[in-house]
Design a protein around this ligand. Structure first.
Ligand code: ZN
Length: 167
C-alpha cells in the first residue's frame, strides 16, 4: 500500500521533479541558460570558476525547443559582473543569465555582445604581438555582432565567428 501511494505521489509531481532532477535548484546565485551544448565548458572557463568553492552544477544536451540541445550552468552564491555577462555573449549569443534569490528568478538578463572584447579571444595572426609577447593581452573591436565579426586592435586582422578561438 505504502508503495502504491509513493508511485501516485511521484506521478503528481512528475513534471516538476523531472525539471528539478536535471539540475539541482540553488537558493541564491546565477543560472546561465540557453548555452549551445558545445560551448558550455568554454563558458565555465571564461568565468574562471576553477578555484570557486561554492556549488556549480552543469547540465549538457538538454532538449530545447528553440535551439536543439542546450547546456545550463548553475552557480551558487555568485553573481556575474556585466563584463562576465558580455563575455558569455561571445560564446553563447542567445544565453540568458538568471539572477536567483530565495529559489526564485529575480532578474533575467539577455546577454549582449560588447563593443570591445578583451583577453578572451586569441588572434589568428601568428605574427600578432599578442601571440609573441606574453604580457600583451588581446583586444578586439566588434565590427559586426551577428554573425560576429571582430578586428584585432594590434594587427587589424579581421576574424569571423569560425576563426574565433579562446586564449
Ligand atoms: Zn592581432
Amino acid at each position: 500500500d505504502s508503495c502504491e501511494a509513493g508511485i501516485i505521489g511521484f506521478g503528481i509531481g512528475e513534471n516538476k521533479m523531472k525539471k528539478e532532477l536535471k539540475v539541482p535548484a540553488i537558493r541564491e546565485g546565477t543560472v546561465v541558460d540557453h548555452i549551445p551544448s558545445r560551448a558550455t565548458f568554454k563558458v565555465i572557463r571564461i568565468l574562471d570558476l576553477n578555484d570557486f568553492e561554492h556549488v556549480i552544477s552543469v547540465a549538457l544536451n538538454l532538449q530545447s525547443k528553440s535551439m536543439g540541445k542546450k547546456g545550463i550552468i548553475k552557480i551558487g552564491s555568485r553573481f556575474l559582473t556585466e563584463d562576465e555577462v558580455n563575455k558569455i555573449a561571445v560564446l553563447a549569443p542567445n544565453a540568458t543569465v538568471n539572477i536567483i534569490k530565495d529559489y526564485a528568478v529575480k532578474e533575467k538578463i539577455k546577454v549582449k555582445i560588447p563593443d570591445v572584447i578583451e583577453k578572451i579571444i586569441k588572434c589568428s595572426n601568428p605574427q600578432c604581438i599578442t601571440n609573441n609577447e606574453k604580457d600583451t593581452k588581446t583586444k578586439f573591436y566588434v565590427v559586426e555582432k551577428s554573425p560576429l565579426k571582430i578586428k584585432c586592435h594590434y594587427c587589424e586582422r579581421c576574424m569571423q565567428k569560425e576563426d574565433i578561438e579562446l586564449v
